[in-house]
Design a protein around this ligand. Structure first.
Ligand code: HEC
Length: 307
């Protein structure tokens, strides 16, 4: 045991000597500080210039030619504001009567509309206006269609992607359930896209079946302007201008992408009130408990104590 320890100590001593020797060697061969700095700066600037030259030589991609939507003051933007439910209701009318001809909304069921824009009775009656394919076959093994129930999801306009592409000159109308969250600019983008159709500027060729829209990445979209003034009539008598229709359907799509929005904000306000009260109480308690320790005096008087 003793010899083992001795061996260990010797090994450590040798290693330390070796290290000392090496560090003196390194010190004599050291490059001056300023030279190192200069070479690092050189490498850095050559790299930056190279990167800029490379980026400049790249072609401009179609996706980069895009107009960013401005930020609109939505009713639900502020942290203490809920959705404008009258607007969601009108927006649903727009979706149902216009957009649903081409776009599916697979994540939303009729029951999701209860207490958001309709009562339970209204939803039952409304769902029954649609026909959906029953998931299970009947006793004879045949699939059959039946009136939709509140638990059914919104019916698809097309049976599959191929069919929707064939009907839309090769373009695929995406599912709109969470489109607001899936696009840069969110509801501002949807509103701008729907109201942003215009003539293509000189020199830009728009192919057959495509339409010019500066808010769509690349500028050429396969969807023709879906909205125009008075395309539908609102139940509540609101004037159905293009901007109003676009605003309402954007609000509806913002809701469908985040149905928990109102509840989330309500919980947030509750949490802030509760946690700040708790924090104030804890601060008081901490000061109370620490008061004797913080206010005590410690003094050292040499010779005061005799041991
Ligand atoms: C006649 C069919 C048709 C109707 C009606 C229609 N769309 Fe479209 N929509 C399309 C097609 C096709 C595309 C795919 C375009 C593309 O990729 O070039 C599309 C794409 C979109 C996109 C995605 C754009 C992107 O950034 O990818 C949004 C959002 C959209 N539509 C919203 C709507 C809304 C809201 C309505 C109702 C007011 C509507 N659409 C009505 C056919 C339609």
């Amino acid at each position: 045991m003793a010899s083992f320890l001795q061996f260990g100590r010797r090994a450590v001593v040798t290693a330390t000597r070796q290290a000392k020797k090496m560090s003196t060697v390194a010190a004599t061969e050291q490059i001056p500080h300023w030279k190192r700095l200069a070479s690092a700066a050189g490498v850095f600037s050559v790299g930056t210039v190279g990167a800029i030259a490379y980026a400049e030589s790249l072609p401009l991609m179609a996706e980069e030619e895009v107009l960013h939507p401005p930020h609109y003051g939505w009713n639900h933007s502020a942290i203490d504001e809920t959705f404008d439910h009258a607007s969601i209701r009108r927006g649903y009318e727009v979706y149902r009567q216009v957009c649903s001809a081409c776009h599916s909304m697979n994540s939303i069921a009729f029951r999701n509309l209860v207490d958001v824009i309709y009562s339970e009775e209204e939803v039952k009656a409304h769902a029954a206006e649609y026909e959906v394919k029953n998931k299970e076959p009947n006793d004879a093994g045949d699939y059959f269609k039946r009136p939709a129930k509140p638990f059914d999801y919104f019916p698809d306009p097309y049976d599959n992607e191929q069919q929707s592409r064939a009907a839309n000159a090769g373009a695929y109308p995406p599912d709109l359930s969470v489109i607001v969250k899936a696009r840069h600019g969110n509801e501002d983008y949807i509103f701008s896209l729907l109201t942003g159709y215009c003539d293509a500027p000189a020199g830009i060729a728009v192919a057959e079946g495509q339409h010019f829209n500066p808010y769509f990445p690349g500028g050429k979209i396969g969807m023709q302007a879906p909205l125009y003034d008075e395309i539908i009539e609102y139940e509540d008598g609101t004037e159905a201008s293009t901007a109003q229709l676009a605003k309402d359907v954007s609000t509806f799509l913002a809701w469908s992408a985040e149905p928990e929005h109102d509840e989330r904000k309500r919980m947030g306000v509750k949490a802030i009130i509760m946690l700040s009260t708790l924090a104030a109480l804890l601060l008081y308690l901490k000061r109370n408990k620490w008061a004797p320790l913080k206010s005590r005096k410690i003094s050292y008087q040499p010779g005061a104590y005799k041991f």
